[in-house]
Design a protein around this ligand. Sequence first.
Ligand code: ADP
Length: 507
Amino acid sequence: MADPKYVLAIDQGTTSTRAIVFDHGGQLVATGQKEHEQIFPRAGWVEHDPAEIWDNTREVVGLALAKANATAKDLASIGITNQRETAVVWDRRTGKAVYNAIVWQDTRTQKIAEDLGALGGGADRYKAKVGLPLATYFSGPKIRWILDNVDGAREAAERGDLAFGNTDSWVLWNMTGGVDGGVHVTDVTNASRTMLMNLDTLSWNEDIAGEMGIPLSMLPEIRSSSEVYGNDREGGLAAGVPIAGILGDQQAATFGQACFEPGHAKNTYGTGNFMLLNTGTEIVPSKNGLLTTLCYKIGDQDAVYALEGSIAVTGSLIQWLRDNLGMITSAPEIETLARTVDDNGGAYFVPAFSGLFAPYWRSDARGALVGLTRYVNKGHIARAALEATAFQTREVLDAMNADSGVDLTELKVDGGMVQDELLMQFQADILGVDVVRPKVAETTALGAAYAAGIAVGFWQGEQDVIDNWAEDKRWSPDIADDERDRQYRLWKKAVTKTFDWVDDDVK
Ligand code: ADP
């Protein structure tokens, strides 16, 4: 039998699930993709249906394999990458989720987070151990909410019947057999987003789980990002193929962008924006509003850490202009509309729809569009919306430079929004450094494929990833320093207008 020629990556993202077949050169062979429903039961709540996600996963795997004219025997391994923090709690006996997945953007856990902080230490109560501030973003308080609010959930959890996972664990458990022997595992990168894992020992912190009221029996086993966890189940579309890589989506993109040395960084422009800076085997605490997180761990090699700047709303602001305001009918039209004017006309749009993440971590903030006059038209608003992504990125980059003590000299970018050339030029202008886009833009799926391929010897290691990486396009700054400073100053002023909006009686 011929050697397998492909690796399959499953990218269980926030808006859609993709399956992508990659060849040995790291080139994309075929893709299957399906969006799932975004459920907004109340202001600030965001949910997904785990059953729909699992159905879509199977469908897109079938689609990708069919388009690649491939079957299980063509696959060396399968890698999984996923929206992080999003919490699924399911019953191991029935295989059914006890509640919808609570998505990372959801803000319902604000009170839980505040109450935990009030035990002492405020938002930084667990930061030294887990690298994260108490915020609505992370999984732990979401699990607590489900146990507190779903009838019978706490009792079932205490009996050992319930399992928790980010969507990597949910997909893996189902792929490896579900109620029939499913493997309940996660990798270090996903575990580092729960607020429950010790950064240094890579094990669950019993004290924090205890304070959050989460039985340890619910939690998946923590493993490396690149090793064989199990095989696709009998009767599965890739039956018998080893599932051998898991990386949270942002860490996967960092891996796919070949950021293997301390000081290497990438920025992904999707629903939100996420910049990760590799800090090597050193755990670097942030003094400037960044997260300390796991970057990856290959098999039994040492874990590699990262600093991360997470921005909740970037591409989703473009979706909002499309879906809630009807200002455009497709995301790429935002660029066309923005090009109808020369500048933002004085308008600044701070999309603090989920509060503000890095570097502010203000859950009391809400969105604001400021600087409006009769002069401003929808072209200016389109521009302000795109510029919001670039300004937020500048704030995160400044924090990275301050925390690491080294100034980044260029930024590797990826994600859906990097097709927008107006945004990319403005990004280079406002950062004052080059912005570089790779040839394979699907770096998230690619990173998961590499992790899975390295585990089974399909690729030898990081050098293959470096060799396969190629530059597509580069944007260099083309703006006067005083103009950059003026615009950034106005942006910072606009940000202050979003603070302190949420009073106790504001829903
Ligand atoms: P995710 O993986 O988070 O689901 P993607 O990387 O697929 O996201 O990026 C999709 C996001 O990019 C959407 O929020 C969409 O609004 C935005 N987007 C896509 N194309 C463009 C464009 N040409 N200009 C601006 N934004 C875009």
